[in-house]
Design a protein around this ligand. Structure first.
Ligand SMILES: [Zn+2]
Length: 386
């Protein structure tokens, strides 16, 4: 008879491993050790692209039948920041006034704890159920994300592993448990632009070429026209300029180069390539007018996607509403997550703890929330196999 894993104790143990991305420090072993104890087959896999650090990932499965319900998450965390500002040691989780404090408790070691606890209870009560439960856990979500979920998904594709539905345990709720399920994400594209002119005396602009003027025009044109109006499932796409740079220490010199960086979070009305073309056109048009040369680099970190609210999504939404009393909203807002890779092999949603202290000093999750999330996960598992 396998025993029930306590979500708080498990989360504390996981937080005690200071797995600041891309380091593991035994975090993945905590997950696999407990999963093995309750009967999971654990497949630990390391990936390492050239010039990057080795990452340990885990795919674990209980059962061989379908349907296969998967839980996805990450054990890596962001750095603690200024240790003196913390009210507890960020890697020795402590309960204070009804909250568990520690780095990664909400994002998302606590989410893993709640799901593993729910699974252990489900298995204790349902030894033989029609289906499988699996875990896809990575140590490379907060970092460059090349040796993590992306590679595990490629591996699962090659092995023809079928996942019928996936819950990503990211802290999807802005301030209260039950507020929000994420059923899609916007895409992200960053543009690095350099405009090249000709250096010269500020009093003789006719024999110089100032790149500052065209770069301002380019940014203005990009920013002033809305990319779209959004749609039923997505907010409007948005461009933000994050850096404008001219290296010049003399006030009487027209600079030779100006550069800027900007990022677009885009909805499903665009793709990486459609935006790349659109941006390139504007840059070319203006730089040509000013007779300037340009260098452009585009970096995409995930395209937009939407999980259609099917029966399973609606059932989950109902369970959450019933347990929390909140009006659970389906949303595609916020940043990217590993769901952007998993969506290629399975429909997925994100639902986890409250995220309002993630990545912050004194990251915390309420004990009440953790107990409730465990219960919600348990009900989701039960209803999935019913
Ligand atoms: Zn996270």
């Amino acid at each position: 008879m396998s025993k029930v894993i306590d979500e708080i104790r498990f989360t504390k143990e996981l937080i005690s491993k200071p797995s600041i991305t891309p380091k593991d420090f035994g975090a993945m072993n905590v997950v696999s050790k407990h999963l093995k104890k309750i009967g999971f087959k654990c497949n630990l896999m390391s990936f390492q692209d050239r010039g990057t650090e080795k990452i340990i990932n885990l795919y674990a499965r209980y059962g061989t039948k379908s349907p296969n319900l998967c839980f996805a998450g990450h054990t890596d965390v962001v750095p603690a920041g200024d240790l003196a500002s913390w009210s507890v040691d960020p890697f020795k989780a402590k309960i204070k006034k009804g909250y568990l404090f520690g780095r990664g408790v909400s994002d998302m070691k606590g989410g893993i704890g709640c799901f593993i606890s729910a699974v252990s209870q489900f298995l204790k009560e349902n030894k033989k159920f029609e289906g499988s439960i699996s875990f896809l856990i990575t140590g490379d979500e907060e970092g460059i994300a090349v040796n993590g979920t992306k590679k595990v998904v490629e591996y699962l594709k090659r092995k023809k592993e079928k996942i019928d539905f996936c819950i990503v345990g990211e802290p999807s709720n802005p301030s209260k448990l039950g507020q929000m399920i994420k059923n899609g994400r916007r895409g992200s594209i960053t543009t690095y632009l350099t405009v090249k002119g000709k250096q010269g005396h500020i009093a003789y602009p006719n024999v110089a070429l100032n790149p500052a003027t065209p770069i301002i025009k380019i940014l203005n044109e990009l920013k002033s026209k809305p990319l779209d109006k959004g749609n039923k499932n997505f907010q409007p796409s948005n461009l933000e300029v994050t850096r404008i740079y001219i290296d010049n220490t003399a006030d009487n010199v027209i600079p030779a180069k100006a550069s800027a960086t900007f990022n677009i979070r885009y909805n499903n009305l665009h793709t990486f390539n459609s935006l790349k073309n659109k941006i390139s056109k504007i840059i070319k048009k203006i730089s040509k007018k000013f007779k300037c040369k340009t260098e452009i680099k585009f970096v995409g970190t995930g395209t937009s996607f939407l999980t259609i609210p099917n029966q399973t999504v609606k059932k989950i939404q109902k369970i959450i509403q019933k347990e929390t009393g909140e009006k659970t909203q389906l949303s595609t807002s916020g940043g990217t997550s590993d769901a952007r890779f998993i969506k290629d092999i399975a429909p997925c949603i994100e639902f986890g703890l409250v995220g309002n202290t993630m990545h912050q000093i004194n990251e915390k999750s309420s004990i009440k929330d953790m107990k409730k999330l465990k219960l919600i996960y348990l009900k989701i598992i039960k209803s999935f196999f019913n």
